[in-house]
Each structure stands twice: as C-alpha cells, then as structure tokens.
Ligand binder design. Structure first.
Ligand code: G6P
Length: 627
C-alpha cells in the first residue's frame, strides 16, 4: 500500500514530486525516495522513515545535488518484502544504472525471477521484490535495442509491457530511463494508479490528492494497462500493446477531501478499502505447492508440529479477531486454543512451555500490554507468532515468526480494515497449522483459501448497499443503550459492534453471547431498546441459527427493537426483524468478514449524527504504549 508519484513537464520535478508524496504519506511511511532525470543522469535519494528524513537528506545535498530536471518519480513505502531500511527504499535502479523503478503491490513470482536474473550475473542490492522489475525492464529494453529498436518513449513503453507480462501478483510500477528524458511509464494490475492531465505537463499517482494542486482533470486506468506520459501527451495501451482508453473524470473535491479519497472521514475510507485490504493480505500467501507462506519464520515445521496448545493474546479490536480465530483454530487444527486479554495474561501466571504457541495480534505492533505479554511468553519458553500490520515494529521484531497483514496504514483511531485483515491472517495461520500437522490436506486448505479469495467481491457488493444502515444509524442517534448479541463467531462480532459504538458514539453498548442473555442481561431490555442480532448462516449450522432466532424472539417479546444481520436468502428471519440487514453468503467461520462491516458503518454514522470526531474519538489513542 505504497504511495507513488510521477511527473513530466516543464518545471523542476523535485518539489512537485515531494509535495505529491506528502499527500500520499498516509499510504505508508517506512521510507521515501525520489529519482530525477537531470542532465543525462538519473539521480536518486532515498531514506528509511518518514518523508521528513528524505527532505533532510535532499536539503543536505542542495539543489544542485539532485538537479532541476523536469522528469521525476517518487515513492513512499509500506514495507512488504524486506525491512524498512535505506537500501530497501524505492526507487530501485537496474544493474546498468539506466532505469529507476518504484512499485506498489506484491510481485508474487519475484523469487523465481530473482533466481533467473541472478543466473545471468545480475547482483541484487536490496531484499525487495521490486528490484527484479528494474533489472527486467533494463534487460527487455536492451533486447529490443539489440533487435534494432531505437531509444525513445515507445521503447520504454514496450519494455514495460514486456515486464508486466512476466509479473504475477498486484503491482503499480513506474519507471524512468536516463536515455529517455521527458517520459515516465507505468503499468497497473490490481493496484491503484491515476493519471493527471496538465497543460504541457502530466502526472501519475496512487490517488488524485498527489496532483490536485496542479490539475483536476484525471484519468482512471483500467486493469492490465500501461500508460506513457510525456509533456505533450498520454498514451494508454493494454499489456498486449493494443491501444486503450482510461476513464476520464473531473475532480471536484478540495485538497483535504482528496486526502481522504473524497470520503468525509478516514474511517469511511478505510471501511471502503476493506475488500482490497483482504485481497492484499491474501496475496502471495500460497506457494506453488499449495502451502501457506508466513513472512518471517524463525521456527521449524517440527516446532509447529510439537505445539499442543495455542494462546491468542491481544487488546481491543485485535482481541476480538483472536476470539474469532479460536473457533477456526480449534475446528481446523484440533488443538485447544485460549484467547486472553494481553493486559491480564501474565498476571495470572498462565501455564506455558516449549510446546505452547502464543499468537499475539497487534495492528500497530507497539501496544505495550501485548508486548509485555509476548515477553512473558518468551521468558516461559513458549513460541511466539505475531500477526501485525506494521512492518518492522517491536512486536514482530521480538516474535519467533510473523504474518504481516497488508491492510496499509490505518489512520482512524477505531480499527476497521486492520480487524478484517487480522481475521484473514488468523484463518491463514489456522490453515497453516492444520496442514503442517497433517489434519488438513493441501486441497482442503486450498478450498478454504478459494472461499477467502471470494470475500473481497462479496464485500464490495455489501458495501455498495449500506444506505439503509446509514439511515438506521441516524435514526439511532438518540438511543441510550444499544445491545448486540451473537453466537459462535457471531459473539465476537457482537462484542466488536458494541466496542465500535462505545469508541465512536460514546454510547452505552454491550455485546453478549446470545444464549447468555436470558441469564441476566435480558433485564436491560426495555420498550424500544435496540438489539443488534448477528444470525449465523442457516447452511451447515442450522441448529445454531435456530437458537439465535429463538433468542431474537425472547428479546422481541420484551419490547426490543431488533436489528437483524442475516445471510441473504434466510427469508424466515425477516418476520423477527424490525430492520433486516442482509450480508452475502459465506462459510460460517468466515462470516465475520461480512457481518462486522454493517456494524462499523452503523457506529460511524451514529457518531457522525451525534456530532463526534469519527477519526479521533475522545480519550483514545491509536497506539497505546503504556500498560
Ligand atoms: C488501542 C486502539 C484500539 C486497538 C487497540 C489494540 O486501544 O484504540 O483500536 O484495537 O489499541 O491495538 P493494536 O495496535 O495492538 O492492535
């Protein structure tokens, strides 16, 4: 989820590229870098950390250092392959020094391409998947020249098409060639890229906020397209070279709205980004042999086979992801799994040893409660596996193995896309353990992964029909209490729905296991009390679904106003719902990827209707580094 900017025109590129990066820094801030074509040279500067580090390095160089060239590219990184260091920062240069490349996404077949390139004598200077695209582009252009093609923008575009055809995965690639000044080429597959049409100058960026100061005329590229920009024009083709057109549009947002992608709040933007975040988290996880690949593993398969108990430890929303994971892990792996709040974990002296696997879940990777629990687990010799959204943060650094979620930076304090990507990571770990321990075969694992891969599309369709939920949110703004009930994986979803409402709307909200309500909390129900009921799929677990329906009737009989979240096609449930929100059909264990989303939207809308700051609720912090 990196930020990308390209410029070609008649003004010095550097300041335009840096200003663009500043607007895109929300996409990642592990490192930043630029490449400018100036006086027959490609000049680069790149630095780990925030954009400010790059700016400092550029200031130390002075203007003459990087030049006033009018062709440039810039990148702000959200690390995936290779830690957040200077050497892994983009741009990456080809071995002959001609080509500079920046990239957003994951090149899934990079290991094979790297081996192939190394066999031809290419020496890699980074741990990134991106670098192979730079070497490949230089090699393709060399081959074209040797076959008689002349240097120029057309050759650069053809080289990029050839590279794009060799890559698997998701990518936006931008490249410049020192011998082709006045041109920037880009390729796009499953990763964002927009073109800005200026006057005698043109722009490329991950989103329009990067160039909106200069032009509001934009073109959205289609899938599998290459675009070549020069000061005079914009040329779009498919990866096959056939001429293509993008979708032209006029941007009428102002700059601050543009940073939020046109959404009123970062949280709404992040909710909308969830389908992509899930897809990105799934990307590159299956090996050619159908095995699940973790990011950093300092454990052997035997260590994982020896595990006889799993603890999942986390805080807040991440804890709710852990609660869902328990159902999946116990079902698939058939070993006991306990979930524990990180702040409680070490104080009750849990029984841990070498054969215990502790899974810590943290969006930020810096939560002190979770870190302390991790350290305690390690002192007791347990193995620790982290699920984390922040590459290079403390929690993954101190763990024995890591699976990074690729949710991209989450700006809103209340967690949304991080939660869904944590769920995906938990499912992947469950499947990995089941496979390694021989409880599931590779084809059974692949079948679940296929279902997971279908969830982004289902989620897109669900997000497309949230208007009723928004209207309901506005209607509920004056409620004094909202209750949430669910069973099985619907129980943590109920807890998460209630937490969102507390965090954002400062309302009294409680989540309960649906069956537990009658043992006490049902006395909270008064005439008109809104109760959100998460209903399991009738497919496969009909008994469980029927029990929840009975629980809905119990609260209805006491005057509750029922807001029912049920699967599409579950028509019988309609009669018990004052408001029915349907979600796409999904296997039971994966259902939280759907059922959570209307609850996020609901909380956001109620909070906005009550006039609260949705992105920065009172008293909260995104990363809590105290115990
Ligand atoms: C804070 C945030 C929550 C988050 C929790 C755990 O309390 O406000 O939204 O769920 O920390 O954070 P982590 O980064 O460890 O997932």
């Amino acid at each position: 989820m990196c930020g990308i900017v390209g410029y070609v025109g008649n003004r010095p590129a550097l300041s335009i590229v840096i200003d663009g990066l500043r607007r895109l820094e929300y996409r990642g801030y592990d490192s930043a870098g630029v490449a400018i074509i100036d006086n027959g040279l490609v000049k680069t500067e790149k630095k780990a950390g925030k954009l400010a580090n790059l700016e400092k390095a550029l200031a130390e160089r002075g203007d003459d250092g990087i030049g006033a060239g009018a062709t440039g590219i810039g990148h702000t990184r959200w690390a995936t392959h290779g830690g957040p260091t200077d050497r892994n920062a983009h741009p990456h240069l080809s071995d002959d020094g001609r080509v500079a490349v920046i990239h957003n996404g994951i090149i899934e077949n990079f290991a094979r391409l790297r081996t192939e390139l190394e066999a031809t004598g290419v020496e890699f200077r980074s741990d990134t998947d991106t670098e192979c695209a730079a070497h490949l582009l230089a090699a393709e252009m060399r081959a074209l020249r040797e076959a008689g093609a002349e240097d120029g923008p057309a050759l650069l575009a053809e080289g990029m098409r050839r590279v794009a055809n060799r890559l698997e995965g998701a990518f936006t690639l931008l490249a410049v060639d020192v011998e082709v000044p006045g041109a920037v080429v880009a390729a796009r597959r499953n990763s964002p890229l927009v073109v800005g049409r200026g006057n005698g100058e043109n722009f490329l960026a991950s989103d329009v906020s990067a160039f909106i100061e200069h032009t509001r005329e934009a073109i959205e590229l289609g899938q599998d397209q290459v675009v070549l920009i020069t000061p005079a024009g914009i040329e779009i083709t498919g990866f096959d070279g056939a001429p293509a057109t993008g979708k032209e549009f006029h941007v009428d947002w102002d700059l601050s709205a543009a940073e939020k992608g046109g959404y009123e709040y970062f949280m709404l933007k992040e909710i909308a980004e969830q389908p992509q975040a899930i897809a990105d988290t799934l990307l590159g996880r299956l090996s050619e042999r159908g095995e699940i690949i973790l990011d950093e593993v300092r454990l052997t398969d035997q260590d994982l086979r020896d595990v006889d108990k799993v603890f999942i430890v986390a805080c807040g929303t991440s804890y709710h992801a852990g609660m869902v994971a328990k159902y999946a892990i116990e079902h698939w792996v058939r070993i006991p799994c306990e979930v524990e709040l990180a702040s409680e974990f070490r104080y009750r002296d849990p029984i841990l040893d070498r054969s215990t696997l502790v899974i810590v879940i943290s969006q930020s990777g810096e939560t002190m409660d979770t870190l302390m629990a991790l350290r305690h687990a390690k002192e007791q010799k347990a193995r620790v596996l982290a699920i984390c959204n922040s590459n290079g943060s403390t929690i993954p650094r101190e763990s024995d193995a890591v699976l990074y979620t690729h949710g991209g930076p989450e700006i809103a304090v209340a967690s949304t896309k991080a939660f869904l990507t944590q769920l995906v990571a938990c499912y992947l770990i469950g499947l990995h353990l089941a496979q390694i321990r021989g409880v599931m075969y590779a084809d059974e694992v692949a079948a679940v992964v296929e279902k997971l891969r279908a969830t982004p599309d289902s989620l897109r369709s669900l997000l497309g029909r949230m208007e009723d939920v928004r209207a309901l949110g506005r209607d509920l703004r004056t409620a004094s209490t909202v209750l949430f009930i669910g069973r099985h994986v619907g129980f943590p979803v109920a807890l998460e729905g209630a937490l969102k409402l507390k965090e954002l709307a400062y309302m009294h909200a409680e989540g309960f296991a649906a069956g537990e309500l009658k043992h006490g909390p049902i006395s909270l129900i008064d005439e008109g009390t809104p109760v959100v009921c998460v209903v399991p799929s009738p497919a496969g677990r009909g008994v469980m679904r029927d029990k929840v329906v009975s629980n809905i009737q119990e609260v209805r009989a006491r005057g509750a106003r029922t807001i029912v979240i049920a699967e599409e096609g579950d028509e019988d449930v309609r009669q018990f719902a004052d408001h029915l929100i349907t979600v796409p059909q999904t296997p039971t264990l994966l259902a939280p990827l759907m059922t959570t989303v209307p609850l996020q939207v609901l909380a956001c809308e109620i909070a906005a209707a009550r006039g609260h700051d949705v992105d920065q609720p009172r008293n909260l912090a995104k990363s809590v580094t105290v115990e």
